[in-house]
Design a protein around this ligand. Structure first.
Ligand code: ZN
Length: 279
């Protein structure tokens, strides 16, 4: 499943290529995505509009169009976007196609069809049901550790589970939560309320560093993926703990352990990540 760094990588590639292109037609070859694609509405709001910019909110891509309408996209489990400038045979999983005035096209390809493509009317993004309950963006300057600390101060849940809760902070997938907690020296089972403001400062810094490294590497995942330039492949991050059960900790030489938290594997070093840290 594409994670935040992959989606941000795609956003950047689209941002470098799409603005200024005018949509002149579109084709919905199969509307049966996670939510059915409303072709009529898509046509009304997107055709004859020019792409202004590409934004991202959590793992949603927002293609902002002229006259303030937008296309909201989610890649789901296996979605990809391809910008094609040469005639290219259709793939059976090319479900939605946008034709641009210059002859190029943007294809939404999604073999497992868990993605979404939806036209949003002007002003409709602010309180869109898919976006309204999302927590703050980890990479946004406006996301302050003071706020995370205040919100977490009443929560007994393990910090790792909270980090992965999109209502608390968006886009921190399992790999990134594991890695950030290791770099911050925080045990994944620590109750969120036990972390002081200094730990939240450090943890947010580590989350940002891990995400930025993944973005710089072009994103990382274990699945197949085609980015918007049509290149296959994720670049494997150099991981400190994730997937390294039984191996040596790169910092202290201790053994990396694995436990399961809410059905997800957690990897940590019991020497480097202490259960309770007092600031
Ligand atoms: Zn260690």
């Amino acid at each position: 499943m594409p994670e935040l760094p992959e989606v941000e990588t795609i956003r950047r590639a689209l941002e470098a290529n799409l603005p200024g292109r005018k949509i002149v037609d579109l084709h919905v070859r199969d509307p049966r995505l996670r939510w059915p694609v409303d072709e009529t509405r898509l046509r009304q709001l997107a055709v004859f509009e020019t792409v202004r910019c590409i934004e991202r909110r959590s793992k949603y891509l927002l293609i902002q169009l002229g006259r303030e309408s937008a296309i909201l996209l989610h890649l789901g489990m296996s979605g990809s976007l391809l910008l094609l400038t040469e005639p290219t045979p259709l793939d059976k999983h090319d479900h939605v196609i946008f034709d641009f005035e210059d002859g190029s096209e943007l294809r939404f390809r999604d073999p497992r069809r868990f993605g979404m493509v939806e036209a949003v009317q002007p002003g409709g993004l602010r309180d869109h049901p898919r976006l309204v309950n999302l927590g703050p963006e980890p990479l946004a300057r406006s996301t302050r550790p003071e706020k995370l600390f205040a919100r977490a101060s009443r929560l007994q849940r393990p910090v790792k589970n909270l980090l992965m809760d999109a209502g608390f902070l968006v886009g921190v997938g399992n790999i990134y939560a594991n890695e950030a907690l290791f770099h911050a020296g925080i045990h994944p089972q620590t109750a969120a309320s036990e972390l002081g403001l200094d730990e939240w400062r450090l943890l947010l810094r580590c989350v940002r560093r891990v995400l930025r490294k993944a973005i710089a590497a072009g994103g990382t995942t274990l699945n197949d993926f085609v980015n918007s330039n049509g290149e296959t492949g994720y670049f494997q991050l150099s991981l400190a703990v994730y997937g390294r059960e039984g191996e040596r900790c790169k910092r202290c030489g201790g053994e990396i352990q694995r436990i399961v938290q809410v059905g997800r594997s957690t990897f940590f070093c019991a020497n480097c990540q202490t259960p309770s840290i007092t600031s």
